[in-house]
Ligand binder design. Structure first.
Ligand code: PMP
Length: 306
């Protein structure tokens, strides 16, 4: 296994990357009992700083609460642990992946006897959908796989098991030579990408699926909505019919890993002019200027690593 960092945080202690292993009898291996986060630390004018760290720590705790995992850490404890892990690895910019999972204690479906462990891993990770994608846009398909139905796997929890569904969407897309897939919700309305939220622009108005469309409540989604409203662009969180994707002027994905990535075609139908649209470009620039320290962090989105 390639060594991606020096130290891994495990329940209050640092262990060597090479020792960061779990037992095959862990509940998580058999039943997917894990919640996690994906967070970015940017090099902001020479200082490593983490984007919306308390919000990510809160979503992690929310995910754990939905699955009744007892976590002995507060939001502030997790924030500090993540900052310490970046420092311990001397990263200027990195991706941060805290995971909370059920380990040993029994292999019945009942998870309650199992230990709950919290780990934090950090490593360097570039543009998720490819460096060119940010400028050129990506080609996507509507997946034949549907997102989890309400009252099955809770979509608001960022749980490992949800990504079995996401993997089906992603594998199908890649096999068909697309970069990403868009999954519909069980009612046939648009939901999201396998690891991104979706925005649709038509006649100068931005539409994005609501929480009730089985999406993850993305933190980048929230940030971009704020930036758009500040630009005076109307943003509607409402159900989006699939056919809106084909007649949209612009489409883009948001996510911690994907940042703001334009979509240039859906099911081989060109989106608008077939390249990054003007509203997408404006919002992408505003977002990128903030995360790379070229614009002021007016919202207090960054936590510097001291
Ligand atoms: N939806 C899914 C399924 C995701 O995995 C992600 C990435 N965490 C997102 C949306 C975007 O969320 P965020 O902007 O918080 O990274």
């Amino acid at each position: 296994m390639e060594r991606l960092s020096e130290k891994v945080w495990k329940d209050g202690e640092f262990i060597d990357f090479d020792d960061a292993n779990i037992h095959i009898m862990s509940h998580v291996v058999h039943y997917g009992s894990c919640v996690f986060e994906g967070i970015r630390c940017y090099d902001v004018n020479g200082t490593p700083a983490v984007f919306r760290l308390p919000e990510h720590a809160q979503r992690l705790l929310d995910s754990a609460k939905i699955y009744r995992m007892e976590v002995p850490y507060s939001r502030d404890d997790l924030v500090k642990a993540m900052l310490d892990t970046i420092k311990a690895n001397k990263f200027k910019a990195c991706y941060i992946r805290p995971v909370i999972f059920r380990s040993t204690g029994g292999l019945g479906v009942n998870p309650f006897p199992c230990k709950v462990e919290t780990w934090i891993i950090t490593w360097e990770w570039g543009a998720y959908l490819g460096a060119e994608a940010l400028e050129q846009g990506v080609d996507v398909q509507v997946s034949t796989w549907t997102r989890m139905a309400p009252n099955t796997m809770p979509a608001m929890a960022k749980a490992a098991c949800n990504y079995m569904n996401a993997q089906l969407t992603k594998m199908e897309a890649i096999t068909n030579d697309y970069v990403e897939g868009i999954a519909l919700a069980t009612d046939g309305y648009v939901s999201e990408g396998s690891g991104e939220n979706l925005f649709v622009i038509r006649d100068g108005v931005i539409h994005t699926p609501p929480l009730a469309a089985s999406i993850l409540g993305g933190i980048t989604r929230n940030s971009v909505i704020q930036l758009a409203r500040e630009e005076g662009i109307e943003v509607r969180e409402e159900k989006i019919p699939r056919e809106m994707l084909y007649i949209a002027d612009e489409l883009f994905f948001t996510g911690t890993a994907a940042e703001v990535t334009p979509i240039r075609s859906v099911d081989k139908v060109k989106v608008g002019s077939g390249s990054r649209g003007p509203i997408t470009e404006t919002l992408q620039k505003k977002y990128m200027d903030i995360v790379h320290g070229k614009a002021e962090d007016r919202y207090g989105w960054f936590t510097p690593v001291e």
